[in-house]
Design a binder for this molecule. Structure first.
Ligand code: KG4
Ligand code: ZN
Length: 353
């Protein structure tokens, strides 16, 4: 069995994965969302302190699950990058202590690759090559994964990430953190309350940009200006109806921007005679059902199979880290306990150029 640890942002999580079957045997997570909600975003120092409390609590549950004995563990997997340095260190120190005291190897896992492996939790087989849309609080990327270990980034955001833009719009409307699920709920409400009224219109980001690329800061600013304008016109901007109208328009435009890029990407691949057979959406924001629906329709029109993770494994969790670690375990790809460090960004060797 492999024990895996995730602490890259505001979720403390530990999982145990069976090596032979890839089965997830144990998984527990303590989320800090309610604490950070008051600040409208994650406060790294608070997050780090909360990991220091939560991780040992979860570890003792994992030990109890194993009958009080870690003897059956064959390796420790841990998220080392990218993320908040002071929270990554909390998980890494626990992983090093376990690896050292149990005398078992340590496996370093890149968090973004971990999200890709959320597709294969409880599954022995993986499915590569795979083209990936990764949408989280820190990243908006198109990744080409040729195999479990050979991956390259083909498009990224020039400014804010997709998930972050939901968080910022939610903050402008004083809705709390994380903004994604809240904004999605209001947008759903707008669609059911006003089925025949189009959502508020916002300009589509990078409309005439000929290459692949994402940008969400202009859209965020357009939402800010729309709220200001409504306030100047003495409209009540705290009503459910107003929040729903803004949320629906913002979500539609943000998803349309992703969709336009994916369309361009899939068409480019056809033009290069390398049509994409398997496409996936992963990351915390891949839980957005409107986004799934939009990309699903697009993939169908390109005759491409869409993979998504179960909703419970979209946001940060240690089960995906364990599944990614398993792949490295089979390759004997272990880290050196003395030199392994946490890194806020992905190190150069993680993704091919
Ligand atoms: O992957 P994740 O759990 O953490 C990071 O690695 O960043 O992603 C969290 C992000 C947050 O920005 C959150 O607002 C966003 O994912 N998110 C969503 C939804 N659920 C979570 N964004 C849009 N729609 C959702 N339903
Ligand atoms: Zn994540």
């Amino acid at each position: 069995m492999i024990l895996s640890i995730e602490s890259s942002c505001d979720d403390s999580s530990i999982a145990i994965t069976q090596i032979q079957t890839s089965k997830l045997l144990f998984h527990a997570k303590i989320s800090q969302e309610s604490t950070h909600s008051a600040y409208g975003g994650v406060v790294p120092e608070i997050a780090s302190r909360l990991h220091a409390q939560a991780l040992p609590q979860i570890l003792s549950k994992a030990k109890a699950f194993l009958g009080g004995d870690f003897g059956c563990l064959k390796a420790i997997g841990v998220t080392t990058q990218p993320g908040l340095n002071i929270t990554l260190i909390e998980g890494l120190m626990m992983a090093k202590a376990l690896s050292f005291s149990l005398n078992i190897p340590l496996i370093s896992v890149n968090h973004l690759k971990g999200h890709i492996f959320s597709l294969f939790i409880n599954q022995k087989k993986t499915c590569f090559p795979l083209s990936v849309l990764l949408v989280s609080g820190g990243h908006t990327l198109i990744i080409e994964a040729k195999s479990a270990s050979k991956m390259s980034i083909v498009a990224s955001s020039m400014d804010d990430s997709f998930g972050e833009s939901f968080d910022k719009v939610a903050k402008m409307l004083s809705l709390g953190y994380p903004g994604g699920p809240i904004i999605e709920k209001y947008a759903q409400k707008y669609a059911s309350d006003y089925p025949n009224t189009p959502a508020m219109v916002f300009p589509l980001p990078l409309k005439h940009f000929p290459y692949l690329g994402f940008s969400f800061s202009g859209l965020k600013n357009a939402v800010r200006l729309a709220i200001l304008k409504a306030q100047e016109n003495r409209e009540n901007t705290t009503t459910e109806a107003f929040i729903a109208k803004i949320s629906a328009g913002f979500q539609q435009t943000a998803c349309e921007h992703l969709k336009k890029n994916i369309q361009k990407y899939l068409q480019n691949k056809i033009d290069q005679q390398e049509p994409v057979k398997n496409f996936c959406i992963v990351g915390g924001a891949s839980a957005n059902l409107y986004l799934r629906e939009q990309i699903s329709g697009l993939c169908a029109s390109f005759d491409c199979h869409l993979l998504v993770a179960p909703l419970e494994f979209c946001s940060d969790n240690a089960a995906m880290i364990g599944r990614a670690a398993l792949e490295k375990y089979h390759q004997n790809d272990f880290a050196d306990i003395f030199s392994l460090q946490a890194s806020p960004r992905s190190t150069e060797d993680e993704f091919l150029c």
